[in-house]
Design a binder for this molecule. Structure first.
Ligand SMILES: [Zn+2]
Length: 304
């Protein structure tokens, strides 16, 4: 009898515990459900994700402003997602088509760590890639801290100096110079292909051989390589400020030596502007540095 009493008591306790567990779960379900009870959009999958990813403040926010799931639900699982930044994400998605949605969120969140980061990013993205924007936000200009970032880094008439930088920009439209007959492995801007070809034809007419014996020693150089050159003292102009980074500068030489070379160089320097090039002197550079900027621009500058 004593045993049976204890048995019954244990059973009663077990039942009570089970009831309590169910009750707890029921209350919990109800409180969770309550969070979205005033949210008018019934998409079950969306509500589940909202419940999982948004805290109470965020839930209240989407209810208060009646923000539709379709506005943010595709981004909600992205690491770092913040409901208050969705408008910015959407703006970026309109401007940038080469990043995944999740990368857009990561990019946005990183830019927001910097003062005016959002404005700077939205301003620059018409001319720079997201990587280049982040580079600028993180580093600024390590060489001339007061320099401004050009808004038109790929323009043919861009002027780079101590006041203007293109940060680590990689220009659009680089092509191997072998496409117009030079040795492989040197990249130039497609914009100069025609004029450079015409200049080579003129040199060939006059002196024979391909391009009259003129070689391109150097053209486009990346930010990283320019950084190395600058550190090694091989270049006097730092990355970001160096025309070689635009792909619009070529360093040329001639096969010949002595008087033959001098004659060719003299002709070249007298005629480069006809083909849209100007000569600039870059210290420490052993070759002739020519910068392409179009004949039209040279004429315009000459007119004043
Ligand atoms: Zn050069």
């Amino acid at each position: 009898m004593i045993l049976r009493d204890r048995d019954m008591r244990n059973r009663a306790i077990t039942v009570m515990v089970i009831i309590l567990i169910f009750l707890g779960a029921y209350i919990r379900m109800n409180t969770r459900f309550d969070r979205l009870s005033r949210y008018p959009y019934q998409d079950k999958q969306a509500r589940k994700l909202i419940d999982e990813y948004l805290d109470d403040d965020a839930v209240n926010y989407i209810i208060e402003y009646a923000i539709e799931p379709s506005y943010f639900i595709d981004l909600i699982e992205a690491p770092g997602f913040n409901i208050y930044h969705v408008e910015y994400y959407r703006e970026l998605m309109r401007d940038v088509n080469y990043l995944t949605k999740y990368d857009i969120v990561a990019f946005a969140e990183e830019t927001l760590k910097y003062e005016n980061g959002q404005d700077i990013a939205l301003n620059l993205l018409s001319a720079y890639s997201t990587n280049e924007v982040l580079f600028w936000l993180r580093n600024g200009d390590p060489y001339y801290p007061n320099a401004e970032l050009s808004r038109t880094p790929d323009f043919l008439n861009i002027v780079l100096n101590e006041k203007t930088t293109i940060a680590n920009r990689i220009p659009m439209g680089l092509v191997d110079a072998s496409t117009i007959g030079f040795d492989e492995g040197i990249q130039i801007r497609t914009d100069m292909q025609n004029d450079l070809t015409h200049m080579c034809d003129a040199l060939a007419d006059r002196y024979g051989g391909f391009c009259g014996g003129m070689n391109i020693e150097k053209a486009y150089v990346s930010y990283t390589d320019l950084e190395e050159e600058y550190r090694a003292g091989e270049s006097s102009i730092p990355p970001g400020h160096n025309e070689h980074q635009t792909g619009l500068a070529i360093d040329v030489s001639f096969n010949d030596i002595g008087a033959d070379a001098e004659r060719k160089i003299a002709w070249l320097l007298q005629n480069v502007e006809e083909y849209g090039f100007i000569r600039r002197v870059y210290n420490n550079e052993p070759y002739i540095h020519l910068r392409y900027c179009t004949k039209a621009f040279i004429d315009q500058v000459k007119k004043g």
